[in-house]
Write a protein that binds this ligand. Structure first.
Ligand code: DC
Length: 226
């Protein structure tokens, strides 16, 4: 019997663009699987820190990537590293920065490639990241590229952290976001760029609900969802 093709929506963009919220909402509304590829890089970075692997030790990081013992649980959503709950631990700025560093290593990206593709299962997949539409799922049915100004992304991130009881200065956040952006956009391998056939949305002055409706409408227009 012919295997039915798995429909895929990719959502790429810089951190704070709202792509995480958008992807989760899409996956929830469509009852599709969800890949948070950034979380995978974050878990790898945390594993490196915990196992005292230097962030410039490419070979050791590749081995760590190939053998990474990570589990994504649903309802409640939990991420486990070697059986330990790391859902919150991977969300720190320190871990995000470390993730951005390990993600710039080609062998690490290759080590995590098949693991990401394995998320593509029926009835469908929403994949959130930086290179979902360009490298991991080049045949995706809809490739969203969600952008927003660095200023508004810093403001959103500050509000998000405040909700978790963490106070961070806007200037510090803006500087960190700009530095991480630069590294993600300028790296030699799988840089953060919109795919040629991407559906580009600038969310600077849009609510997440407006973006969500735009993407659903586009998917319907393309007839791979009803
Ligand atoms: O989306 P995030 O902030 O959780 O991602 C953390 C880091 O991982 C980010 O700085 C860049 C990297 N990343 C990547 O290189 N490719 C992806 N597909 C997802 C994340």
């Amino acid at each position: 019997m012919m295997q039915r093709k798995v429909p895929v929506i990719t959502v790429d963009g810089p951190s704070g663009s709202g792509k995480g919220t958008l992807s989760r909402q899409l996956a929830h509304a469509l009852k599709w699987h969800f890949l948070d590829s950034g979380a995978l890089y974050r878990v790898l970075a945390l594993a490196a820190i915990r196992h005292a692997v230097a962030l410039d030790n490419h070979q050791a990081l590749e081995v760590l990537g190939l053998h990474l013992d990570v589990t994504f649980e649903h309802e409640p959503m939990r991420i486990l590293l070697e059986g330990q709950d790391v859902t919150l631990a991977i969300r720190t700025e320190e871990c995000g920065n470390a993730a951005s560093k390990v993600a710039a290593i080609p062998a690490v990206r290759t080590a995590l490639l098949e693991r990401q593709r394995a998320f593509s299962e029926l009835p469908g997949l929403v994949a959130d990241g930086r290179d979902m539409g360009t490298v991991v799922f080049p045949d995706a049915d809809l490739k969203v590229f969600l952008d927003a100004s660095a200023k508004i992304r810093a403001i959103r991130r500050q509000a998000q952290l405040k909700e978790q009881g963490i106070d961070v200065s806007l200037d510090d956040l803006f500087a960190e976001i700009s530095e991480r952006d630069k590294r993600d956009r300028e790296r030699a391998i799988a840089p953060l760029v919109a795919a040629k056939d991407a559906y580009v949305i600038d969310s600077t002055s849009m609510s997440i609900q407006e973006v969500f409706q735009m993407v659903l409408a586009e998917a319907k227009k393309r007839h791979f969802i009803t």
